[in-house]
Design a protein around this ligand. Structure first.
Ligand code: CA
Ligand code: CA
Ligand code: CA
Ligand code: CA
Length: 472
């Protein structure tokens, strides 16, 4: 049986396992806010709801223009709709305590609906709970999304407290518009997607508000971003066992004015694999490229003892009126020892000077490589064709047994593309998580018997070859 056959079998097996692992949906009830909209009321007062205070089995609707307040204690619900259908509106005001939604939270669900959330203290969490399968070494939380303007208008104003969610989607659908204003508290989430289909605004109003993205920060064609001077955005892993995922900066905007906040931002990558979309007009070696050109204030690849390994990518046409390659301009740049930057054929200008391998500057001591122009920045896409498939098995094996030959072929360092488990080195420990990637499962580890089958296929060629020492 060839590798594709094995992979197909494995994928089928995984699907069966995944379907079997799905829990049956909870029989949900509804409860709707009925307190006089002119008078804010406590979330915990049963009379403020038509069917009592919501439990995790109840979907909560705040749609009569009223304001539900949480000042202390633990509130919960299944889904939460703040403004569901046309003409409806509502507000949640949280000063402390906790609100945990078992699933999604919608602010302005349909076109014509309006929903607002004011977070001044406490914690708002959108999650399903711990996910634990018998074959997993660890359990992991499964987070859900907060929609700020799904099809309608939504606003999320954070002056304190913490928002914990899988994704925050600002302006989700074509009719959706949303604004996220961060002027205090903690924003620490996996995905922040701004204006992908609709119009979305991310407004950082306080440079001191901690702001960390652990998987993806994406600005769509309808995205807007403002930020004050000295804003830092952390692109980093939350805990070691998440290090096998990429942290991505995506940008599909075509108007640099819309993302003017970028010029005040220091982007700090502390992750084993990160990507950064370049969107600037290539004006050559001039500091003029730093103005109104999707430029960053500063790019830090690695910080303190944490390394960063990133690729520059040019996947989106951010300059539709211009042909040719785009470039990244930054005012300052640093790369720590052990960190890597793959340019992937893209140009990086630091304060008006092009950066490249062997340009005489070390910018802190990390490794800068030309990379592969075909790379799509997919972790485990060993052949750089933009897909993670069984075709990546052969180059994976090559990178394991002859890393210098791999570098010569692809311009990429195996430790970055092939280090899937986040150990900083590509070695045989990466076979298992690599199998997980090419089999298309999101599970941290695949079931043991299936792993063994593919591991055998992948590692057979290794038995006859030894890995030579890697030239620096
Ligand atoms: Ca681009
Ligand atoms: Ca163009
Ligand atoms: Ca591939
Ligand atoms: Ca590794």
């Amino acid at each position: 049986m060839d590798a594709k056959g094995v992979s197909g079998l494995l994928r089928g097996f995984l699907c069966v396992v995944c379907v079997a692992a799905l829990t049956l949906p909870v029989q949900a009830a509804d409860t709707t806010w009925q307190q006089d909209p002119n008078t804010p009321g406590s979330w915990f007062e049963a009379n403020n709801w038509d069917s009592g205070v919501p439990t995790t089995a109840d979907t909560a609707y705040i749609t009569n223009g009223g304001v539900a307040q949480i000042t202390a204690g633990a509130a919960e619900a299944n889904f939460i709709y703040v403004g569901q259908t046309t003409g409806q509106s509502g507000t949640v005001s949280q000063l402390g305590g906790e609100l945990t939604a078992r699933y999604e939270i919608y602010l302005g669900h349909d076109s014509g609906a309006t929903g607002a959330y004011e977070l001044a203290g406490g914690t708002l969490t959108a999650m399903k709970g711990e996910h634990h399968e018998p074959w997993l070494i660890f359990s992991e939380p499964v987070y859900c999304s907060v929609f700020i303007g799904k099809g309608g208008a939504g606003s999320f104003t954070q002056t304190g407290g913490a928002l914990v969610a899988g994704s925050v989607r600002v302006g989700q659908e074509a009719t959706g518009s949303g604004t996220y204003t961060l002027s205090g508290g903690l924003l620490d989430i996996r995905n922040l997607r701004v204006g992908i289909e609709g119009s979305g605004t991310l407004n950082v109003a306080d440079a001191n508000a901690p702001f960390r993205i652990t998987r993806r920060l994406a600005f769509g064609p309808g995205g807007r971003f403002s930020a004050p001077a000295n804003t830092t955005v952390q692109m980093s892993w939350p805990t070691p066992h998440y290090r096998n995922t990429s942290v991505r900066f995506e940008n599909e905007a075509t108007d640099p004015n819309a993302l003017s906040g970028l010029s005040n931002v220091t982007l700090v990558y502390q992750c084993v694999h990160g990507t950064l979309e370049v969107g600037g007009q290539d004006m050559g070696e001039t500091t003029a490229g730093q103005t109104n050109n999707f430029a960053l204030k500063s790019l830090e690849v690695g910080r303190d003892s944490n390394v960063g390994r990133i690729e520059l990518l040019d996947l989106a046409d951010n300059q539709p009126a211009l042909d040719g390659n785009e470039a990244l301009y930054v005012e300052s740049f640093s790369i720590t020892p052990g960190s890597m930057l793959h340019l992937n054929g893209n140009k990086l200008y630091v304060n008006g000077t092009e950066v490249g391998p062997g340009d005489g500057n070390d910018y802190g001591g990390g490794l800068i490589l030309p990379g592969n122009p075909n790379s799509k920045g997919l972790h485990g896409d060993m052949d750089c064709d933009g897909k993670e498939t069984t075709d990546d098995i052969s180059p994976f094996v090559l990178a394991l047994v002859d890393p210098n030959a791999y570098i010569a072929l692809y311009g990429l360092h195996p430790d970055m593309v092939g280090d899937i488990d986040g150990s900083y080195k590509m070695d045989s420990d990466d076979i298992n998580p690599f199998v997980r990637i090419i089999c298309g499962t999101s599970r941290p580890y695949v079931p043991e018997p299936a792993t063994l089958v593919l591991l055998a296929v992948v590692s057979l060629p290794l038995l006859s070859r030894r890995r030579p020492p890697l030239k620096s």
